[in-house]
Design a binder for this molecule. Structure first.
Ligand code: F6R
Length: 596
């Protein structure tokens, strides 16, 4: 998704700060990038392609100024060309604008502007903004009033930042798209996401919808739509800048897979008491919902499936909905809670489902990684997963932390007789995951099956979401066909796809009825000559039917799913690596999907 960075107050370094900030936003996914700096005039440089292409274009340019804005674009209106890259200018070249989100009424605004004589250079919705500002300036408005007037005409979602020639101020506004200010010692920053300026400051202010900010070398100011001052809280970011580096790993994703033991420890810290078998999740423990509806997308949806299963096992009716389909869901019953699982806290589909739930009168909660995110601010309650920043576009450690947090939620809101065993298993998760990371043969399995035509993943109960997640990871980062199925469903259709060129990854832990039934499905696969890769703790005899085995330590069933997932993450990573894929930034994907 698009990213925004802005900086004012470091005249000699503004450009470097912007380009460095853009490189920190690369993880969100993008296809073009650009910067604008304001001095006596506004200088713009923008390029389709990577930040390296922008750096190349900047080498031949003399460009500087006290206030600057930069942008990474992920195309929504028009292809990734230089012309469609942000910043966009008005007809005079005095106003430069970057924008995240979608302006829904852009076509009518554009038609009016074109009939009034404005000339457009791009296919984007964003370009209406500088032209609207130009019109307001021509009518005599001062800079701030002109930007406000333009913003007031926009419908849809936006985080907008503007610089104007002869003015070392950044003007910014947000609606439904994140924007955060950074307060440095000698400079001020703004960005769509903290990593963009975290190297310069840990003091941040999260803007809310409808707020308008001005940043100047001498200070900052936040006001509401009417121009009245808004008192803002300054928050301190708790993670280190190094957490956003690769620390010697070839890819962020591999680093983040290896960070899972630490992420889980952070999630558990201060929240569990193994002796008493109790969990302390603060006020969330008193929610006592009569039922829970989960809404989420992608990997977070798989975490939600797992969470709903935990609650059902503990006697609470729980359902899971794809956030984008929530409009068709039955209304929450009684004192139900609607829980949005979203690591970013900014996913448009999930935010929209949570808003729909509030309209239907439900209490809402988010399970999120991002303090200050829209989901955290809009929901009645928030459970933080504390995974630290995740840069790889494909979610890895945040999934592990979501499952951990959902275990805490289930234990904290229900009475489960084996809570002490579960807490013990959660406590052992970091060392069990570490053992897998140290000893996994996933790379050898990847080597064996790297040229396969497709990959299938099967599991039952809590292993079903893990099978779905295994397939999602495989397709996202390898670009190969992969599907996850409930093990019992295979024979109802998908079995027709199974051949000797389609390895089937079967997640089988424990030796109970579920395991026995999945082994029955494994035999069906084996009989069709498909290679079987068993992900198992060795308690059953699934290994007899497997061509390869990925071992996980024996533990409580709720934790076993999380261990199996690590092996599947590693297989996908190594297949993608052998295929030379862009693992941290897979094609067409974005880290935070802020459009519906
Ligand atoms: C997959 C992935 C996506 C996200 C989905 C929801 O690896 O990262 O499927 O899980 O876009 O994102 P959040 O959790 O930020 O709401």
């Amino acid at each position: 998704m698009c990213g925004i960075i802005g900086c004012v107050g470091r005249e000699d370094e503004t450009l470097d700060v912007l380009v460095h900030g853009l490189s920190k936003l690369e993880y969100r996914g993008y296809d073009s990038a650009g910067v604008a700096l304001s001095g006596d005039r506004v200088d713009v440089c923008k390029k389709s392609g990577k930040i390296a292409d922008l750096r190349g274009a900047l080498e031949s340019r003399e460009i500087g100024g006290a206030a600057g804005i930069g942008h990474t674009r992920w195309s929504t209106h028009g292809p990734p060309t230089d012309a469609n890259a942000h910043p966009h200018l008005d007809c005079t070249g005095d106003v430069a604008v970057v924008h995240n989100g979608i302006i829904e009424n852009y076509q009518s605004l554009r038609d009016e502007l074109v009939s009034a004589g404005h000339s457009f250079q791009s296919d984007t919705d964003t370009e209406v903004v500088p032209h609207l500002i130009e019109d307001a300036l021509a009518d005599g408005a001062d800079h701030e009033a002109a930007v406000r007037e333009a913003i007031a005409q926009l419908e849809g979602s936006y985080a907008v930042a503007v610089v104007l020639s002869g003015d070392d101020t950044i003007y910014a506004a947000r609606n439904d798209s994140p924007l955060v200010l950074g307060l440095g010692e000698d400079a001020y920053y703004l960005a769509s996401d903290v990593p963009a300026f975290r190297d310069h400051t840990d003091q941040v202010i999260y803007l809310a919808d409808g707020e308008f900010a001005t940043l100047h070398a001498d200070g900052w100011h936040v006001s509401d739509v009417d121009g009245d001052e808004v008192e803002k809280t300054v928050d301190t970011v708790e993670w280190d800048p190094e957490e956003t580096g690769k620390s010697g790993y070839d890819h962020f994703m591999l680093k983040e897979i290896h960070e899972q033991p630490r992420a889980i420890r952070q999630c558990l810290r201060g929240r569990v008491d193994e002796l008493t078998g109790s969990v302390d999740i603060g006020d969330l423990g008193d929610l006592s919902p009569t039922g829970v509806q989960f809404v989420a997308c992608g990997t977070s949806y798989h975490a939600a499936l797992y969470g709903a299963q935990l609650l059902r096992d503990a006697g609470i009716p729980a359902q899971t909905f794809l956030a984008s389909e929530y409009a068709t869901a039955p209304p929450p019953i009684g004192d139900a809670l609607v829980v949005g699982v979203t690591q970013s806290g900014e996913t448009a589909d999930t935010l929209s489902a949570l808003r729909e739930a509030r309209k239907r009168g439900a209490r809402t909660m988010t399970v999120t990684n991002t303090v200050g995110s829209t989901a955290a601010r809009e929901c009645d309650h928030a459970l933080y997963i504390r995974a630290g920043p995740e840069i790889g576009v494909a979610a890895s450690k945040t999934f592990a932390s979501q499952l951990t947090a959902l275990n805490l939620f289930s234990l904290g809101t229900t009475r489960t007789s084996d809570s002490r065993e579960i807490i013990g298993a959660l406590r052992d998760l970091p060392s069990n995951i570490q053992a897998i990371l140290d000893e996994s043969n996933a790379e050898a399995v990847a080597e064996t099956y790297v040229d396969s035509g497709a990959y299938f993943f099967i599991g039952r109960g809590l292993q079903y979401p893990v099978a779905l997640e295994g397939a999602l990871k495989m397709k996202e980062i390898t670009y190969k066909h992969a599907e996850g199925f409930a093990a019992g469903e295979l024979k109802h259709g998908p079995l027709a796809l199974v051949t000797d060129d389609t390895p089937v990854f079967a997640v089988v832990t424990g030796d109970g009825e579920m395991a026995r039934k999945t082994i029955g499905n494994v035999k069906e696969v084996e009989a069709r000559d498909a290679p079987v890769v068993a992900v198992t703790d060795g308690q059953s005899d699934v290994e007899r039917y497997a061509d390869a085995v990925l071992e996980v330590p024996e533990t409580h069933p709720q934790a076993a799913a999380m261990l199996a997932n690590v092996q599947l993450q590693l297989v996908s990573y190594h297949v993608a690596d052998k295929l030379g894929r862009s693992i941290d930034k897979p094609r067409n994907l974005a880290k935070s999907v802020t459009v519906e």
